[in-house]
Design a protein around this ligand. Structure first.
Ligand code: PHE
Length: 330
């Protein structure tokens, strides 16, 4: 037996030790063979032989377990040494990604309205005539349809020209009251320094009991929102027209002071138009079969906000993947 103690102790790695374990403790191992031999020993010796064998068995097992732990620890230490990383070495520079300024601006807008308990709806980018136009009080041949040069598919399907169809989809699938915003991409056939065929809007809609929603409520939240986005600006509302709101208005802010570098974004009038809004037109409620309710709605272009906040002159540059421009917003 002694040789097996030595063999266990001299094993150089876990694999050799495992071979020894099988040779000693396995079904066909030496211990098993000794127990078989014992059966043919004289009866009076049997119990002593069994006792001895069991003593060896547990002693060998202890030996084996101790050796295994030693070898495993050794192997682990060697592996750690081999895979060690020199943290003091200079690394090649790595580039971290960053949010696109349009998405960052959209996130901020969503953050504001989420904090005001507006839930976020997404709707769909491929729309039908009912949701994009008809239910928004833009019947066929209405001249205001031309305001939104549309990309059409077959069968009166189209890429949505604004996020307002999400108002309709939400009201068709939910009972009032409603308090929602809809951020997302919209599409129009237009291309110049202030227009790209795809851009982003955030729509807002609030509907509650008849007589409980006023233009004053709308003004309050939009002023608060615009100050959250642009800092200490003045806000004014100008009468305007949208088929789905009556009365309608556009909100302007006074010149924007850019954060940090003291710059100033201004138009010749001193005012910058930033969003459209109004009290929901009764025809819209009729289209979605809502009764005895009142509400307000608003919609804004996210790129315009991003351009004002970051002083970007040409809207198209936001979509050219120009790293020189994008790296400034890391
Ligand atoms: N849908 C309008 C647009 O795209 C914006 C708007 C939304 C105006 C909601 C009023 C109310 O120009």
């Amino acid at each position: 037996m002694k040789e097996w103690y030595d063999k266990i102790n001299q094993a150089v790695d876990v694999e050799t030790l495992e071979e020894i374990r099988i040779a000693v403790f396995g079904k066909k191992g030496i211990l098993a063979a000794e127990f078989v031999k014992m059966k043919s020993a004289p009866n009076e010796q049997k119990s002593q032989i069994a006792k001895d064998l069991n003593t060896h068995k547990s002693a060998l097992m202890n030996e084996f377990t101790a050796k295994k732990i030693t070898l495993q620890t050794q192997a682990l230490q060697e592996a750690m040494k081999a895979e060690a990383i020199d943290v003091s070495m200079f690394s090649t520079s790595s580039q971290a990604g960053a949010l696109h300024p349009v998405m960052e601006t959209m996130d901020r807008i969503v953050e504001y309205f989420s904090s005001m308990n507006f839930s976020v709806k997404t709707g769909q980018m491929v729309e039908d005539d009912f949701n994009n136009f008809e239910a928004l009080n833009l019947p066929k041949y209405h001249p205001a349809r031309d305001m939104q040069d549309t990309f059409y598919f077959k069968d009166e399907m189209m890429l949505r020209t604004h996020t307002s169809p999400v108002q309709i989809r939400t009201m068709m699938s939910h009972k009032p009251p409603i308090r929602m915003i809809a951020p997302g991409a919209v599409f129009r056939r237009d291309y110049d320094i202030t227009h790209t065929p795809m851009f982003h809007q955030v729509e807002g809609l609030l509907v509650d009991k008849e007589g409980s929603v006023s233009f004053a409520n709308l003004k309050y939240i939009l002023e608060d929102f615009l100050r959250y986005m642009f800092g200490d600006v003045k806000v004014r509302f100008r009468p305007s027209f949208f088929p789905f709101t009556e009365p309608s208005a556009e909100a302007d802010i006074s010149c924007v002071f850019c954060k940090g570098n003291g710059c100033r974004v201004c138009s010749h009038t001193g005012w910058l138009e930033v969003l459209g809004c109004g009290i929901v037109d009764p025809n819209v409620f009729e289209a979605v079969k809502y009764e005895n309710v009142s509400g307000y709605a608003f919609g804004l272009g996210v790129e315009r906000f991003a351009m004002l906040i970051h002083q970007i002159g040409d809207l198209r540059s936001l979509f050219e993947g120009d790293m020189k421009l994008l790296e400034q917003f890391q």
